[in-house]
Ligand binder design. Structure first.
Ligand code: PGA
Length: 244
């Protein structure tokens, strides 16, 4: 079931997302947070950092599981998702490093990394999963065509996603890795609660597909139509096709 919140601007979007996060932090003793990279959740993470600083809320009992990681980048690479999460969130909280899980894209056998990640994830129930959405309807790196039953696996990035992400690689598409270890759609669906954040006109079609389109693997986010508790937080541009 979707709860849709349409906001005037990115600050408001980030605050609304934080409200949902805060409720989880306040009601669960040791919450398991499913976290996402990308531009969209950065404002939410800023609110979490501010909350930690200003209210003294401790994050030492949380466990975190990130959605995905590029294959072939060492975790300390400037554009790895491990680095992104540390620079945008973990370095500013008191969450112990051993509580943080980001899939590994390193080594000779990323498929094995994916299996091990899924096994660890399966020991827990994610309290709240943060998601962005790709302009092609992907969630995590589950691109159109990914089976709804998928668990953590190695995925090929589509041309669209490689172009969208080139901005993080000085606009050079050839620098963008072509594969990623990603939680699957079934892995994501096990979360108790989901916050999906989308901003900008380039997300409007994907948002429409997710909320109002046919449930189909051609729009991976449409699987969320079957989830019991999804809060979709949008700015007006991303909500342009679902506003009424
Ligand atoms: P973005 O990515 O937040 O950088 O737009 C979203 C996504 O691809 O899931």
């Amino acid at each position: 079931m979707f709860k849709k919140i349409i906001c005037k601007n990115y600050e408001e979007v980030s605050l609304e997302a934080f409200k949902v996060m805060k409720e989880v932090l306040e009601t669960e003793k040791a919450p398991v947070l499913g976290l996402a990279t990308g531009s969209t959740p950065v404002g939410l993470y800023k609110n979490m950092i501010k909350d930690h600083k200003e209210t003294g809320r401790s994050y030492k009992d949380i466990l975190t599981f990130n959605l995905d990681e590029y294959v072939g980048l060492p975790k300390t690479h400037a554009q790895s998702y491990w680095t992104f999460m540390h620079e945008n969130l973990f370095n500013y909280l008191d969450c112990p490093e051993e509580n943080i899980h980001v899939p590994s894209g390193e080594g000779e056998d990323p498929e094995k990394n994916a299996r091990e990640y899924e096994a660890e994830l399966a020991k827990h129930t994610v309290s709240v999963q943060v998601l962005g959405i790709g302009s092609d309807g992907h969630i995590a790196f589950n691109e159109p065509g990914t089976p709804f039953e998928s668990v953590t696996h190695v995925a090929e990035l589509t041309e669209q996603t490689i172009s969208d992400n080139a901005r993080f690689f000085e606009g050079d598409k050839t620098q963008v890795p072509t594969k990623a270890v990603t939680m699957g759609l079934a892995s994501i669906m096990r979360a108790k609660k989901i916050i999906l954040i989308a901003t900008g006109a380039n997300k409007a079609d994907a948002v429409y597909g997710m909320l109002r389109g046919e449930k189909t693997i051609e729009c991976p986010a449409s699987i969320l139509q079957d989830h019991a508790d999804v809060t979709v937080i949008l700015d007006e541009a991303a909500a342009a096709k679902v506003a009424e």
